[in-house]
Ligand binder design. Structure first.
Ligand code: XMP
Length: 316
């Protein structure tokens, strides 16, 4: 087991008396990397959370609370209005990812410049790259990456930072173990995989403020019920998404069209293969009833029974 002190000492050596930035996404890797760097550099580390507005309910607050718990002085940049504007009229998922990726870099660069104006030059960027990321980003004979925005790729090329990647040699379980020894809160350590572009790719079709609010509410209901029933202990991922399909329902004595929401829940060991979770019909019925009662604009709930492959976990 790798020791936190060794990694902290290595960061100190690498950065010397320089300053570093780190972008937190809410994910365990970036958070553990930031915690190590914070211990190594103290006030010379500047952790930033760019809130693109596509986080799940309560997530920004969770990251902020976790940062506080490990003594990190986190700067949250609320750029949600800019991101929403950038996605206006966009329905193609890869175009969504591209625009989110570009704007993310832009906002991060602006923030870096503002921080430099206050603290002086910042030469280093801490990233939570882990062993599987290193393997995945190796070219694999043509084809290119399956998705254009797996994590926030492109960041290092766009800026003149030297990268600090303290977790490069570790796999996910080791990162969690390390996080535990550093006092990283459970909310971060047990967080499910979540796409960098967030809820923007869990809304099939155009992303609007209304549709984001709908998916966020439905997703919060799914998460709460799953946790209440204990499914969070065994499932790989579970969430709600908006399918973009209209369907008719019956409310207050008349036929009204609303949108179909889908529930996706899978068992998996890694993300390459996944099977639909064998959820009992009574439990699914609770999800459907709550979602339809509590989220206006939805008319129907379906449960995705597709295995991966050939289906993917996400719909976009
Ligand atoms: P798929 O949908 O390809 O997803 O079966 C495999 C795993 O990757 C996550 N995922 C993403 N993560 N940016 C990310 O950082 C993305 O654009 C993205 N798309 C999918 C997905 O949640 C699953 O865990």
């Amino acid at each position: 087991m790798v020791k936190a002190e060794d990694l902290i000492a290595a960061i100190r050596e690498e950065v010397g008396d320089g300053q570093a930035l780190v972008a937190l996404s809410g994910g365990v890797d970036s958070f553990v990397a930031a915690t190590l760097a914070g211990k190594a550099l103290g006030g010379r580390l500047h952790p930033v959370l760019v809130d693109h507005g596509f986080l799940r309910e309560g997530e920004r607050e969770e990251v902020e609370a976790a940062a506080k718990a490990v003594g990190m002085d986190l700067l949250t940049v609320d750029a949600s209005a800019r991101f929403l504007e950038a996605l206006k009229g966009v329905t193609d998922p890869e175009e969504k990812r591209r625009r989110i990726g570009h704007l993310f870099i832009q906002v991060f660069e602006e923030t870096a410049r503002e921080l430099e104006a206050i603290h002086g030059p910042i030469g280093y960027l801490v990233q939570g790259t882990i062993l599987p990321d290193v393997a995945e980003s190796r070219p694999q004979g043509g084809g290119g990456p399956v998705k254009s925005h797996h994590n926030v790729g492109g960041l290092p090329e766009a800026m003149a930072f030297r990268l600090v990647e303290p977790l490069r040699q570790l796999d996910k379980p080791e990162v969690r173990e390390l996080g535990k020894t550093l006092g990283v809160p459970e909310t971060i350590l047990t967080r499910q995989p979540f796409p960098g572009p967030g809820l923007a790719v869990r809304v099939v079709g155009e992303v609007t403020a209304e549709r984001l609010a709908m998916v966020r509410r439905a997703d919060a209901i799914v998460r709460r019920e799953m946790e209440k029933a204990g499914w969070h202990q065994t499932l790989w991922q579970y969430f709600a998404l908006l399918t973009g399909s209209p369907s008719v329902g019956y409310r207050d004595g008349r036929r009204v069209y609303g949108e179909v929401v889908a529930v996706r829940a899978v068992v998996a060991e890694r993300a390459e293969r996944a099977a639909p979770a064998p959820l009992p019909p009574e439990f699914l019925a609770v999800l459907a009833e709550r979602i339809l009662a509590e989220v206006p604009g939805l008319s129907r709930v379906v449960y995705d029974i597709s295995p991966k492959p050939p289906a993917t976990i996400e719909w976009e």
